[in-house]
Design a protein around this ligand. Structure first.
Ligand code: ZN
Length: 369
């Protein structure tokens, strides 16, 4: 893995650096570098969530923007194994290997001690802790701090440098109580069922759909799934209990959908696939639903504010609790969050990666207009 002048690559791709007068960190070298392939750890010879195939990849979670197909070896959490195998195929690729590590256990890669810690984002999601000569960095991947029965809860990991996402890194993002949101979802479904109308609930197929499923009240009616959701459900069921579901394609009688809730990925909205449900009400579950106009732009009847990412108060609290003296802010509102952190006396810089988080281009337009 010979990489010439990695420093040049770093400086070429950072957009903006926010530093505090007189608070330059004492660390003499960076444990991670941003290279064209992704975040690289020279002392360990591995990448974390590379976006191009590399020889050694440490993976935070199985979402497509963090799990690149075609690497030679993968290290991921033991809890993520069923999702890793689902996404990579039974044999990841010719000659590739997958090593799964329980949360909190350490391995040594090159000169670096590597361990994975729960990120609370989706099943198996991990923060990557790397330690080299007493210096500790933590890469959060995507994370959330709200309780979620479908994955292990987030844990704060103390570090010198914290690499954090910032998908919802603006003060306007504050999630309502989840109990209230699930009560709203179940009430919407019950009302539709009472009127003989199907309820189609859109959410990301990996993670969001299973979290929604765990919060549904199966006494209201049957729960059906789109094929993309059902395959992920099967992987989750090897580790978590979920209410029973049926694959939509197995049901030929349209009457079966009249009091049903159907879980589908957002990409199914407005497609011919929807015709089978006859009269239906639709809803989208996403953090972006907090933005006025987002529901209309998504062309759904209802929007439920529920995200698998940290909201603003959680981003701020976690970043402080890590004790980090320096912060790299990746995907999302990275410039805004990095600037805010630097104003609070924490040296922070925005780092341009190819991670996308729960990006909704339509809603982003709304926020930025
Ligand atoms: Zn993710």
């Amino acid at each position: 893995m010979a990489i010439a002048h990695p420093r040049l690559a770093v400086n070429a791709t950072w957009t903006q650096t926010w530093r505090c007068e007189g608070r330059e960190p004492a660390l003499s070298y960076d444990l991670l570098q941003l290279l064209p392939e992704g975040l690289y750890c020279p002392a360990g010879g591995f990448y974390i969530d590379p976006w191009q195939p590399v020889s050694r990849a440490v993976i935070t979670h199985a979402h497509a923007d963090h799990l690149c197909w075609g690497c030679q070896s993968y290290l991921a959490s033991a809890e993520s194994e069923p999702l890793m195998r689902l996404r990579l195929g039974r044999s990841p690729s010719a000659g590739a290997s997958l090593q799964c590590l329980p949360y909190g256990e350490a391995v040594t890669i090159g000169e670096v001690r590597v361990s994975l810690h729960p990120a609370g984002h989706v099943l198996g999601a991990a923060q990557v802790r790397i330690e080299h000569r007493g210096q500790v960095w933590v890469v959060s991947g995507d994370y959330k701090t709200e309780p979620d029965p479908t994955c292990t809860p987030f844990e704060v990991v103390r570090c010198h440098v914290f690499v954090t996402e910032s998908t919802f890194g603006l003060p306007i993002f504050r999630w309502p109580s989840q109990a209230a949101v699930f009560a709203e979802i179940n009430a919407w479904w019950a009302q539709n069922a009472a009127q003989g109308r199907a309820s189609v609930l859109f959410g990301y197929a990996l993670g969001k759909a299973q979290r929604l499923l765990a919060g549904l009240d199966p006494s209201i009616g049957p729960i059906f799934t789109h094929g993309a959701v059902e395959s992920v459900n099967q992987a989750y069921r090897t580790q978590r209990r979920l209410p029973p579901t049926r694959y939509v394609g197995e049901e030929n009688d349209a009457r079966a959908f009249k009091n049903a809730l159907i879980l589908a990925p957002p990409s199914a909205n407005g497609t011919a696939w929807m015709r089978r449900f006859g009269d239906f009400s639709s809803a989208f579950a996403s953090g972006w639903m907090q933005i006025r106009g987002a529901r209309r732009r998504r062309a759904v009847d209802r929007g439920f504010v529920i995200s698998d990412h940290a909201d603003w108060p959680a981003l701020v609290r976690v970043t402080r609790e890590t004790g980090a003296e320096r912060v790299w802010v990746t995907h999302g509102y990275n410039n805004a969050f990095a600037r805010w952190l630097s104003e609070q006396g924490i040296a922070a810089q925005a780092v341009e990666t190819r991670f996308q988080g729960e990006r909704d281009d339509l809603a982003v337009e709304e926020v930025e207009s």
